[in-house]
Design a protein around this ligand. Structure first.
Ligand code: PEP
Ligand code: MN
Length: 338
């Protein structure tokens, strides 16, 4: 349920509604927009919520039942876009922000070299995996903390903030020491212990959609993080599994406008995992931006043919630079910049 206040509702009217919600055993979520204030009711309580008790209170315009199960993630609860600060910019703002870097951090030299190249081409943040979720236990699993230290060095050299995956709730203290953004990978989107841990950390999170998850599942996963008061959440569409085998996954472009309508959280698109082949990465990046994505996360490698993971979908520095130039033109066509 949400309580929509009148334009001229006083601070006391708002405080009275919040007290009533709390006395009924629920939590109040305040969203103060330019036009009006909306108070969301979240949580469970044995006391039934009676809309008529609230609609007659002073300053209340109307009370609306919300049928979606995600509340804090819903645009109904929070009509204004959430902006997540990243390197002096804001994910969710007018500028399309690009996060770029290798799938895995392979050495100190390669991450610093890649950071310099993607920064030069216009990236806002550096990605790179230190802990890798691999389908096979025999594949390269990442260099762990050493890789995080190399990324921190790359940040010192370039100023680019670090986006890196966390797989284990026990590693939150270690990974937050180095990372600016915690990535929750597709395979862990419904690891609820991890979602609670990154929520509690109050660190910015990039939450990737599970390859077999619905948009609703993604929003419910975001709700876990938001329920800890961590509002710096970015959602990431990275392709879903379908019967199609021509590409690694199927880029769900539909998810972009659906998410932009359903939630106030910024939407990032990952064309690398969505396609699995570097040849298609630029086309899908442009499609995502045209569809309304707020950001892109793209795999870039100094020598994709030698990569320890995801070389097939990784762009060379030169191809990434070209992509940035062409994405910029699409961004301008939809009244944004990149
Ligand atoms: C990655 O970003 O390298 C990764 C493993 O992504 P996903 O979780 O989307 O598969
Ligand atoms: Mn990868």
């Amino acid at each position: 349920m949400i309580v929509i206040m009148k334009h001229n509702a006083s601070a006391k009217n708002i405080a009275d509604v919040i007290s009533r919600i709390e006395n009924d055993g629920y939590r109040a979520h305040l969203s103060e927009g330019e036009e009006r204030t909306i108070i969301g009711v979240v949580g469970e309580s044995p006391t039934p919520l009676r809309a008529e008790n609230y609609s007659t209170m002073d300053g209340v315009d109307k009370v609306v039942r919300v049928s979606v199960p995600y509340k804090l993630a819903s645009r109904v609860f929070h009509p204004n876009d959430t902006l997540v600060p990243l390197n002096g910019c804001q994910m969710g703002g007018d500028r399309i922000l690009v996060i770029a870097g290798p799938c895995s951090v392979e050495s100190r030299e390669m991450i610093i070299e890649t950071a310099c190249a993607v920064k030069e081409a216009g990236a806002t943040a550096l990605r790179g995996g230190a802990f890798k979720p691999r389908t096979s236990p025999y594949s390269f699993q990442g260099h762990g903390e050493k890789a995080l230290q190399w990324m921190a060095e790359a940040r010192e050299v370039t100023g680019l903030p670090i986006v890196t995956e966390i797989m284990d709730p026990a590693l939150v203290p270690m990974v937050t020491e180095y990372a600016d953004v915690l990535q929750v990978g597709a395979r862990n989107m419904q690891n609820f212990t991890l979602l609670n841990a990154v929520g509690e950390s109050q660190h910015p999170v990039l939450l990737k959609r599970g390859m077999s998850s619905t948009v609703k599942d993604l929003l419910m996963a975001a709700e876990y993080i938001l329920s800890h008061g961590n509002t710096r959440v970015m959602l990431c569409e990275r392709g879903i599994r379908t019967f199609e085998t021509a590409t690694r996954n199927t880029a769900d472009i539909n998810a972009v406008p659906v998410l932009k309508q359903e939630t106030h959280l910024p939407v990032v698109f990952d064309p690398s995992h969505a396609t699995g082949k570097w040849e298609y990465v630029e086309a899908i990046s442009k499609a995502a931006v045209a569809a309304g994505a707020d950001g892109l996360i793209i795999e870039v490698h100094p020598k994709p043919e030698d990569a320890m993971s995801d070389g097939r979908q990784s762009l060379t520095f030169k191809r990434f630079e070209q992509l940035m130039q062409n994405v910029r033109r699409v961004a301008e066509a939809v009244n944004r910049s990149a």
